[in-house]
Design a binder for this molecule. Structure first.
Ligand SMILES: [Zn+2]
Length: 79
């Protein structure tokens, strides 16, 4: 089964803006990431948790799509 590449970005928990740190920034558990839009500080662990859920949701959708296509194919082959 093919799963296309997908991207999950870290988003501000307060305003939903994509969080962008310096290119070489390395965040660690317990760090705070300041949002460039609203200025709120996001807890890195929470931001990561939300991104993880979003990623799982995206993969699930893709898998369901693939399965649906394969099921359609099955019915075509064996009418
Ligand atoms: Zn924000």
């Amino acid at each position: 089964m093919d799963i296309p590449d997908f991207k999950v970005s870290l988003k501000c928990l307060f305003c939903g803006e994509t969080l962008e740190g310096p290119e070489d920034a390395e965040y660690q558990s317990g760090d705070l990431i300041k949002c460039t839009r609203c200025g709120e500080e996001n807890d890195y662990d929470s931001v990561l948790e939300v991104a993880k859920e979003e990623g799982v949701g995206q993969v699930k959708e893709m898998v369901e799509d693939q399965l649906q296509k394969q099921f359609k194919g099955l019915f075509k082959k064996y009418p």
